[in-house]
Design a binder for this molecule. Structure first.
Ligand code: NAD
Ligand code: UDP
Length: 324
C-alpha cells in the first residue's frame, strides 16, 4: 500500500479492546484505560455483565460499547487487546458449562486470531484456578496444578488452562506478543449482587440481615485482592516489553479462612446475621494464596488496599445497590 492510500487515523490515541468489559473487573479496567487517555472498545454479550457497570462511561467520547459473543469472530481495528470475556463465578460458569468452555477456548482462538492479523499485544485474564486444589502453597507460577478434568469446575479450570496453551502456542508459532495474568480472587464494587461469589454473598446477606452461608466448615482459605490493585497490575503487565509474557500471578497474598471473612463482614456492616453451615461444593479448593514475587520483580507491582479497607468500599457500594 502506498503512503497516499494508507487509511487516515484522525486520533493518535491508543485503541484498546476489552472483551468482557461490562463485567466486574472489565468495567473498572475500561474506566482506568479511559482515564489514561485511551480509546476503549468494550465488547460483551451481557451474560453476567451489565450496561449499568459501564453506565458512567457511556457518554465518554472515547468509549464504545458493542454487544458481541467472543465465540464468534470479531473484525475490528485496535492497538491492544485485553481478553476478559468469561463468567468467573462458579454459579455462573456452571450454569452452561459447554458455553463456558467455548468462551474460554473458542473465544481465545478468535481473539488471538484478531491479535495475529493486527500484530498487536493481547493479554489473557487467566486464573488461580489453573492450580486447581493446589498441592503446594503458596502457589508459584512454575506449579502445574492439581485439576480435576471431569468435575463441575472443569469447564472453567480446563477452559482457562487450554486458553493459556493457545496463548503460548500463538507465541511460539506466530511470535505473538502475549501477556498471561493469573488472577486470584478479586472483589470490589460492580460485583453482581447475585453473583454467588463469597465476598458479594456475605456482604449482601449481612446487609439484608439474612443468614451468612458458610460452605463446609469455613476453614478453607482464599486470598482477596481489591479490584483497583488488580487493574493496576493488568495495565502494568500490558505495558511491559515483548519479552515479558507471564504467566504472572496477580493477587493479594493476605490469606483468610471463610469464617474470618464472615467475621470481618459482620463487624464492618454491624449486622445481626448469624452463620449457617451448608455442604461444601465438589472440588472446592482447600487453600489458595499467590506468591507474587514475579509480579514484584517484573512489574514493580504489589497490593496497596488491605482487606478491611477494600471490604469497606465494597460494602458502601452494595448499600447503594440494595437501597436502589
Ligand atoms: P464477570 O462475570 O463479572 O465478567 C465477565 C464478563 O464477560 C461479563 O461481562 C460477561 O457478560 C462477559 N462474557 C461472558 N461470556 C462472554 C462471551 N462469550 N462473549 C462476550 N462476553 C462474555 O467476571 P469478572 O470477575 O469480571 O472476571 C473477568 C475475567 O477475569 C474473567 O475472564 C475471569 O475468568 C477472570 N478472573 C476473575 C477473577 C475474580 O476473582 N474476579 C479471578 C480469576 C480470573
Ligand atoms: N463460599 C462460602 N459461602 C458462599 C459462597 C462461597 O462459604 O456463600 C466459599 C466457597 O465454598 C469457596 C470460597 O467461599 O470455598 C470462595 O468461593 P468463590 O465462589 O467466591 O470463589 P472460588 O471458589 O472460585 O475461589
Amino acid at each position: 500500500m502506498t503512503s497516499a492510500a494508507r487509511p487516515v487515523r484522525y486520533s493518535t490515541k491508543k485503541r484498546v479492546l476489552v472483551t468482557g468489559g461490562a463485567g466486574f473487573i472489565g468495567s473498572h479496567l475500561c474506566a482506568r484505560l479511559l482515564e489514561a487517555g485511551n480509546q476503549v472498545l468494550c465488547v460483551d454479550n451481557f451474560f453476567t455483565g451489565t450496561r449499568a457497570n459501564v453506565g458512567a462511561l457511556l457518554g465518554h467520547p472515547d468509549f464504545e460499547l458493542m454487544r458481541h459473543d467472543v465465540t464468534f469472530p470479531l473484525f475490528v481495528e485496535v492497538d491492544e487487546i485485553y481478553n476478559l470475556a468469561c463468567p468467573a463465578s462458579p454459579v455462573h460458569y456452571q450454569f452452561d458449562p459447554v458455553q463456558t468452555t467455548k468462551t474460554s477456548v473458542v473465544g481465545a482462538v478468535n481473539m488471538l486470531g484478531l491479535a495475529k492479523r493486527l500484530r498487536v499485544p493481547i493479554l489473557q485474564a487467566s486464573t488461580s484456578e489453573v492450580y486447581g486444589d493446589p498441592a503446594i502453597h503458596p502457589q508459584v507460577e512454575e506449579y502445574w496444578g492439581n485439576v480435576n478434568p471431569i468435575g463441575p469446575r472443569s469447564c472453567y479450570d480446563e477452559g482457562k488452562r487450554c486458553a493459556e496453551t493457545l496463548f503460548f502456542d500463538y507465541r511460539r508459532q506466530h511470535n505473538l506478543k502475549i501477556k498471561v495474568a493469573r488472577i486470584f480472587n478479586t472483589y470490589g464494587p460492580h460485583m453482581h449482587p447475585n453473583d454467588g461469589r463469597v465476598v458479594s454473598n456475605f456482604i449482601v446477606q449481612a446487609l439484608r440481615g439474612e443468614d451468612i452461608t458458610i460452605y463446609g466448615d469455613g476453614q478453607q482459605t482464599r486470598s482477596f485482592c481489591y479490584v483497583d490493585d488488580l487493574v493496576r497490575g493488568l495495565m502494568a503487565l500490558m505495558a511491559t516489553g515483548d519479552d515479558v509474557t507471564g504467566p504472572i500471578n496477580l493477587g493479594n497474598p493476605g490469606e483468610f479462612t471463610m469464617l474470618e471473612l464472615a467475621q470481618q463482614v459482620i463487624e464492618l456492616t454491624g449486622s445481626a446475621s448469624t452463620l449457617q453451615f451448608q455442604p461444601l461444593p465438589q472440588d472446592d479448593p482447600r487453600q489458595r494464596q499467590p506468591n507474587i514475587e514475579r509480579a514484584k520483580a517484573e512489574l514493580g507491582w504489589g497490593v496497596t488496599v488491605p482487606l478491611r479497607e477494600g471490604l469497606g468500599q465494597t460494602i458502601d457500594y452494595f448499600r447503594g445497590v440494595i437501597a436502589a
